[in-house]
Design a protein around this ligand. Structure first.
Ligand SMILES: Cc1cc2nc3c(=O)[nH]c(=O)nc-3n(C[C@H](O)[C@H](O)[C@H](O)COP(=O)(O)OP(=O)(O)OC[C@H]3O[C@@H](n4cnc5c(N)ncnc54)[C@H](O)[C@@H]3O)c2cc1C
Length: 364
């Protein structure tokens, strides 16, 4: 049988497009190289605890269309992301707000916090030359030193003085007692994790797991009229121009025989001695009340061949290389390149859903 669409990748982009295509009466074959569907939103069940396999995924959006779409296919559990920072045992609320400033300086009034930050920001005069100067010019020295510096150095594997200032464009500072990390109108997590949502999107499609499209492109392409490709763009072209770089992560997950490990979903370790950047305690995404708990330590990993690609590195080399691959992609008239890997772009979940909905609207 020949399908209308061959969809490479069963992550959010592929699954949302598949749903729209099938609703429009089209047939879809989905190829997925992993052993499960869902891409990075896939969840595992560990003794009744829903575990976000590829790191914490908290859905947040201002886009009414995307929020309605999500709620059309799953029940969404309310969740407000309010992470904690741990700096050598000192605890601070995030994002930077009056609670953080009270914990750091003992002050209680917004005007006092503003005055301290303003004074510390003056340490930098002139245009910031690197990430350290940029951060201090935005939030002052204390917040930089305790909450930004080492966390950022762990993430990038380089001193902040050697990182470009553009990595931090803004650092939101709130002079209210508000620990809600996101500013968006809607926030939550599908009840029981994302798998049910993905299953509902893929219902009716033929899905082949453990199947890498790039292992036999010609054969797979012959199975459908058009291809939606959501894998890495450089792998589609056999890395002929070189490899795009990504920062990666390593996850260390443990099941613990205790009701709670840290009493909250997310703690960032902002000191330089702790090798991981965060600990996630999954049960608090839904607070299911189990007697056991599951935690995941997140370790940053440098770019390199064979590592899972997570965050694109938007420096000149990579952006120029991506633009060259994009030119090759434009010549592939029956292939659409979509999602975070094919567009070499960091997308939040709501953005990737919006992008897939737009793509479907355009071509179906
Ligand atoms: C650690 C981390 C935490 C995040 N947290 C949040 C969050 O809290 N909130 C938020 O909104 N967003 C978050 N995101 C972003 C979110 O994960 C993405 O927006 C979303 O998963 C992108 O979907 P996608 O379909 O583009 O890509 P993916 O989910 O990567 O899906 C692509 C799929 O294609 C498959 N594939 C690739 N190549 C091939 C091939 N050759 N053949 C067959 N299959 C192939 C892959 O195996 C994968 O399943 C986070 C991302 C990361 C990395």
């Amino acid at each position: 049988m020949k399908y209308d669409y061959l969809i490479v990748g069963s992550g959010l982009f592929g699954a949302v497009f598949a749903r729209r295509a099938m609703d429009a009466g089209k047939t879809c074959l989905v190829l997925e190289k992993r052993a499960h569907t869902g891409g990075n939103v896939h969840c595992d069940d560990m003794e009744g605890v829903t575990v976000h396999t590829y790191g914490a995924h908290i859905f947040h959006t201002n886009d009414q269309r995307v929020w309605d779409f999500l709620n059309g296919y799953c029940d969404v559990h309310p969740f407000i992301n309010s992470p904690i920072a741990d700096y050598h045992g000192e605890r601070y609320n995030l994002p930077f707000n009056m609670n953080t400033f009270h914990q750091m300086w003992g002050i209680t009034e917004p005007e006092d916090a503003k005055a301290i930050i303003e004074k510390q920001r003056r340490a930098i005069t002139g245009e910031p030359q690197n990430l350290e100067e940029q951060a201090i010019s935005l939030v002052g020295t204390d917040i930089y030193e305790k909450l930004i510096r080492h966390y950022t150095e762990k993430q990038w594997g380089r001193p902040c003085t050697e990182l470009p200032s553009f990595i931090i464009k803004r650092l939101p500072v709130r002079f209210t007692y508000d620990n809600n990390y996101f500013n968006d109108r809607y926030q939550g997590i599908p009840t029981g994790g994302y798998n049910g949502f993905i299953d509902a999107l893929l219902k009716g499609a033929d899905v082949r797991l453990n199947t890498d499209f790039n292992s036999d492109r010609a054969c797979y392409r012959s199975l459908a009229d058009r291809v939606i490709y959501t894998g890495t763009i450089d792998s589609f072209f056999d890395y002929c121009l070189g490899r795009l770089e990504y920062r990666s992560l390593r996850f260390e997950t443990e099941l613990l025989p205790i009701p709670s490990y840290q009493g909250t979903a997310v703690i960032n370790y902002t000191d330089g001695d702790t090798p991981y950047t965060r600990i996630i305690e999954h049960k608090f995404f839904e607070d299911q009340g189990q007697h056991k708990t599951v935690i995941t330590k997140e370790y940053p990993v440098a770019p390199g061949e064979g590592r899972e690609p997570y965050y694109p590195i938007n420096d000149e080399r990579n952006l120029t290389l991506y633009a060259q691959y994009r030119q090759l992609a434009d010549k592939e008239t029956d292939v659409i390149f979509g999602g975070r890997l094919a567009e070499y772009k960091y997308y939040d979940m709501d953005q990737v859903i919006a992008s897939a909905l737009n793509c479907a609207e355009e071509i179906l």
